[in-house]
Ligand binder design. Structure first.
Ligand code: G3H
Ligand code: 13P
Ligand code: ZN
Length: 331
C-alpha cells in the first residue's frame, strides 16, 4: 500500500526553497547510508535550527536496503521533536535514474526526487524528466532535474571533463519539464579529488588553490530564470585537517582537493538553494575511526569507534550550516 510523505510528517521542498532563494542561504542536502549518519545529520540540524534534506542514493539503497532506509527516515520527524526542536525534514532520492525508481520512492514516503537525465541526449532528458514530474506533482512531491554533466563519477558514469550547463537551454528545460529545481554544472564534481594539482595554483603559504567555480555561467542562468531554485552537487570542501588525520593514521589519500568554502558561501547567497554534501562526511567519519583504531587498538565494540565518527560528522555539518550554507536559524 502506498504511503504519502505527509503521513510521516515530512515536507516537500517548495516552501524551503522559496525561503532559501529569498533569504540568500542554501538548504543542506546530506547523504545517509546508516544509523550514525542519520543521527549526526539530524542532531546537527536540530542544534543549529536548520531545515534539512536527507538524501538517499541508489548506492545507499543497494548497501543498506531500501525498506530499512525508508523506515529509518520515517522515524526522523519524531526523533527531531525528541531532540527538542521541530525542523522541516525532506526525504529526497539522490540521482534517480529511472521513472520506476522515482515512482517507487514517491509511493513509499519520499517527499522529493531527483531524476538525473543529464547523461541522456537533451530531448530524452526532457521526456524522462517530464514523465517523473507528472507523476510526482500528482502526489505533491518535488522534482529536481539536471542539465550539464559534472566531471568525475556520477551514477557509475565517469566523465573526464565537465559539460557546463548551457544557459541557452534552461528556459526550455524548466518550462517543458515543470521541474521544481535544477541541478547545474559550473565546475563542482563528486568525490574527494575534484581537481588535479596541475589544475590548481599555489598560494603564498604553498596551499593548492583550485580554479574558481564558473559564477559567470550561474549569473547567466539566473538572468534567464530569475529566482528559480538552483542546486549544486559535488559541493564538498575536502577539509585538509581531516585528510591529514586520515593520512597520519595509515590512510593513503592523495591529491584530495575540494571546493573552497567561500565559494560555496557566495553560491548560497545567490539562487543556489540546495547544496549537496557527502564526501566531507565520509572523510570526517574515516578520520575519526582511523584515529580511534590507532589510539585504542584493543577496542572492538563498534559503538566505541562509530560513536566518535558520528560526533565528528555532527560537528562538520554544524559548521556547514552555520558558516557555509547559512541555513542555521532558518528552521
Ligand atoms: O552523488 C553521489 C553521492 O555522494 C552518493 O554517493 O552513490 O556512493 O551513495 P553513492
Ligand atoms: P560530494 O561528493 O562533493 O560530497 O557531492 C555529493 C553529491 O553531490 C551528492 O549528490
Ligand atoms: Zn550528486
Amino acid at each position: 500500500m502506498a504511503v504519502s510523505y505527509k503521513e510521516l510528517g515530512l515536507v516537500n521542498t517548495k516552501k524551503l526553497f522559496a525561503g532559501a532563494v529569498a533569504g540568500g542561504y542554501a538548504i543542506p542536502a546530506y547523504n545517509f547510508n546508516n544509523l550514525e549518519q542519520m543521527q549526526a545529520i539530524l542532531q546537527a540540524c536540530v542544534e543549529t535550527k536548520s531545515p534539512v534534506i536527507l538524501q538517499v542514493s541508489s548506492g545507499a539503497r543497494k548497501y543498506a536496503n531500501a525498506t530499512l532506509l525508508r523506515n529509518m527516515a520515517k522515524g526522523a520527524t519524531e526523533y527531531v521533536k525528541e531532540l527538542g526542536y521541530d525542523i522541516p525534514v525532506v526525504l529526497h532520492l539522490d540521482h534517480g535514474d529511472t521513472f520506476e525508481l522515482c515512482k517507487d520512492c514517491i509511493d513509499n514516503g519520499f517527499s522529493s526526487v531527483m531524476i538525473d537525465g543529464s547523461h541522456l541526449p537533451y530531448e530524452e532528458n526532457v521526456a524522462l524528466t517530464k514523465k517523473v514530474v507528472e507523476y510526482a506533482h500528482a502526489h505533491d512531491v518535488s522534482v529536481e532535474g539536471e542539465l550539464g554533466v559534472l566531471a568525475g563519477i556520477e551514477d557509475d558514469v565517469a566523465a573526464e571533463h565537465h559539460t557546463y550547463t548551457s544557459p541557452d537551454e534552461v528556459i526550455d528545460f524548466v518550462s517543458r519539464t515543470g521541474v521544481d529545481s535544477l541541478a547545474i554544472s559550473i565546475g563542482t564534481s563528486h568525490g574527494a579529488n575534484k581537481f588535479t594539482p596541475e589544475q590548481c595554483i599555489r598560494d603564498a603559504n604553498g596551499i593548492l588553490v583550485p580554479p574558481p567555480l564558473r559564477f559567470d555561467i550561474l549569473e547567466e542562468i539566473e538572468k534567464r530564470i530569475p529566482g528559480f531554485p538552483i542546486v549544486l552537487h559535488g559541493s564538498s570542501s575536502v577539509p585538509q585537517d581531516q585528510v591529514a588525520i586520515i593520512n597520519q593514521y595509515g590512510g593513503k589519500l592523495k591529491d584530495a582537493i575540494g571546493i573552497p568554502e567561500e565559494q560555496l558561501r557566495k553560491a548560497a547567497k545567490s539562487a543556489v538553494c540546495k547544496i549537496n554534501i557527502d564526501s566531507d562526511g565520509r572523510l570526517a567519519m574515516t578520520a575519526a575511526i582511523r584515529k580511534t583504531f590507532a589510539e585504542k587498538p584493543g577496542e572492538f565494540d563498534p559503538r566505541k569507534y562509530l560513536g566518535p565518527a558520528r560526533d565528528s560528522l555532527k560537528e562538520i555539518y554544524k559548521h556547514k550550516n552555520e558558516n557555509v550554507l547559512g541555513s542555521a536559524g532558518k528552521a
